[in-house]
Design a protein around this ligand. Sequence first.
Ligand code: GCO
Length: 455
Amino acid sequence: MKKYTCLLLFFICSSAMATQMINFPENFQWCVSTSSHQIEGNNIDSDWWEYEHRPGTIKNNDKSNDGGDHWNRLEQDTQLLVDLGIKSYRFSLEWAKIEPREGEWNQAALDHYKQEILLLKKNKIQPFITLHHFSLPLWLANKGGWSSPSAPASFQKYVTKVYESLGDLGVEYWVTFNEPTWNLISGYVTGEFPPGKKDLKLLEAPLREVALAHGLAYKTLHELAGDRPIQVGLVQNLNVLVPLRSWNPLDHYAKSILDKIYNWSILQTIKDGHFKVSFPTAFSSDIPMPQLKDTLDFLGINYYNRQFIKFLFTPPFIASLAVAPEENISEMGWEIYPKGIYTVVKQARKLFPQTPVFITESGIADKSDSKRSDFIKEHLFHIHQLLTEGIPVLGYCYWTLVDNFEWAHGFEPKFGLYELDLKTLKRIPRPSAKVYADIIKNNGFGFDPTKTRFK
Ligand code: GCO
């Protein structure tokens, strides 16, 4: 009998020993991310609104409509953040609502955002503001959007107006652009986003103008802020890219082309102060932009997945695939690959060794909520690893708070910690909301790295 008790104790103890406490620094910024067009509703003066109303652009012919009606539910949604224990809330301002027609400023929209910021501050939540998250005012889209050489100056005027109106409210973190390369590739190459074009050659101009606009916005914000301590950054989506057939040089070639343009083109431009971006057979730019140097106080990284890259002999020449067991594939068809968050941060550090990092998005479409909690913990485990190596990761934003309008995929993918009942607009917590809240409350969690779910 004694022998068996010993054996039992051995098993209990050894499994408990494998579970470690993953503790985060005191000031770690637990966060969730959203974007205005995806949740506010009625963004009627934007290019996205016009685009959604073109037949066949959005899955199931969904339209953003009233989104989740966040615009009218600031109190209710702030309470969700409070319930989760969120320290920072990343959200975007809607340019099309602030400047619905060129040069015409909507004071009511600015007042609304002021109210949102004050409400967050009252609840001790740091507002973390994105100035551009994909959608544009329609008047600017009609002038050519980001491919128009006047776009950076228009952006600068918008940023100036925003900062003059809201800058005294004590917002520390400002993002100029969210995922500029994904946005522009989707708009000009794959045609999934407005303006819905499919021509590689068209990518050059908007990439260049967005790079210039970032530089202008960075400088403008700091000039206006003066002595106020603000941090201005840009959010880049970084994917782990791997040649599908390691023996095939064409897959390596395709991977390197995609890597350069998708992951690194804008960041490399900022690093070098030089826009040197090319795509074989389509364009080749070589423009000095010294004013872009040192325009990143922090780097926001959105990380979602790993993709295997295959060269194709016919257009679009590059295919990206998720190769993984079913268990590791999300409802977006993306591979769940938590270790990749470590990989991409390390890659980014090579470019910007001194710049603090903020994980500005990481999330999963998981309607049944059967994977989300493990997804969060396993990504956090790798972030913790980065911290133990001394890499300044300031915070982690889960994408997203409540199910939202997922661009060309409509309302089908469910990324929320809270389910959105589309009929009643009720927010219903998923079990993972409690898991995330507990992690935040404990500033960490117990984890056994030998028993990860997503290999
Ligand atoms: C993006 C955005 C978000 C998405 C999220 C889930 O990457 O497209 O920043 O707007 O909704 O990434 O796909």
